[in-house]
Design a protein around this ligand. Structure first.
Ligand code: PXP
Length: 253
């Protein structure tokens, strides 16, 4: 089983910075700290409304990082141009609505198949790994595969929300869907990532899926770093991820 990678999403360092409109706290400084503390990658979402990460942040992350940048963006011409200018290691295509507080659902790939296939082709040609943020839904995964994405990121939000709300029946249904769909995607040859809403309390069952290669975690880690510092907050997440993985290996022997 492959090592599970931890991608740290630093969007919410920018949220705090932008609340005052100045330069601090600096998301790139947080990204370097996360990198030095063992992050396998950094994720940043340049939203169309620039509510957290800004264009200059992407520029400075590209200059400063030695670990891969996973650049999250909507499928728009503007974002495609920016991605082609920077050529980050990975581009994760996410749905975006201005009125939402965060990325609420997975991308509707099946309905937009032709458009998305054309959209991602130049990104792939430029050497970016194209990832699609997607619900645990077989139709969407098949469509992501058909359009030529190399990676899918499963949206863990519904599972995490159900866990937080104490709706354990729904949580387990969501978990089983993700388990089945991570196997399905892996068998198609897709690399499987997961993320959104993950916390210490709910990360382990997802980390235990053998097909999942990377978790992208932001809001909880940045919040927790207020209390413990970013490196210790990450170390605890890493410990839980590794524990879940080790347990999985024991079970499969
Ligand atoms: N993965 C994707 C594709 C996302 O859009 C987000 C949120 O920006 C995350 C992971 C991280 O989610 P969270 O901040 O809730 O950990």
């Amino acid at each position: 089983m492959s090592k599970l990678r931890l991608g740290v999403n630093i969007d919410h360092v920018a949220t705090v910075r932008n609340a005052r409109g100045g330069n601090t706290p600096d998301p790139t400084r947080a990204a370097i700290l996360a990198q030095d503390a063992g992050a396998d990658g950094i994720t940043a979402h340049l939203r169309e409304d620039r509510r957290h990460i800004g264009d200059a942040d992407i520029e400075s992350l590209m200059d400063a990082l030695t670990v891969p940048l996973n650049f999250e963006m909507a499928a728009t011409d503007e974002m495609q141009k920016i991605a082609l200018r920077h050529k980050p290691h990975a581009v994760c295509i996410v749905p975006e609505k201005r009125e939402e507080r965060t990325t609420e659902g997975g991308l509707e790939v099946a309905r937009e198949e032709n458009q998305l296939a054309h959209f991602i082709a130049p990104l792939r040609d430029a050497g970016c790994r194209v990832s699609i943020f997607i619900a645990a839904d077989q139709r969407q995964i098949e469509a992501a595969h058909r359009i030529g994405a190399q990676v899918i990121e499963l949206h863990t939000g519904a599972y995490c929300d159900a866990h937080a709300e104490g709706d354990f029946e729904k949580r387990d249904v969501e978990l089983e869907k993700m388990r089945a769909m991570s196997t399905f995607a892996y068998d198609l040859g897709l690399e499987v990532h997961a993320g959104h809403g993950l916390t210490y309390d709910c990360v382990k069952p997802v980390a235990a899926f053998p097909e999942v290669m990377e978790l992208n975690i932001g809001h909880f880690l940045i919040g927790e770093s207020i209390f413990r510092g970013l490196a210790p907050a990450m170390a605890e997440m890493r410990r839980l991820m590794d524990e879940a993985r080790a347990h999985q290996v024991q079970q499969s022997q």
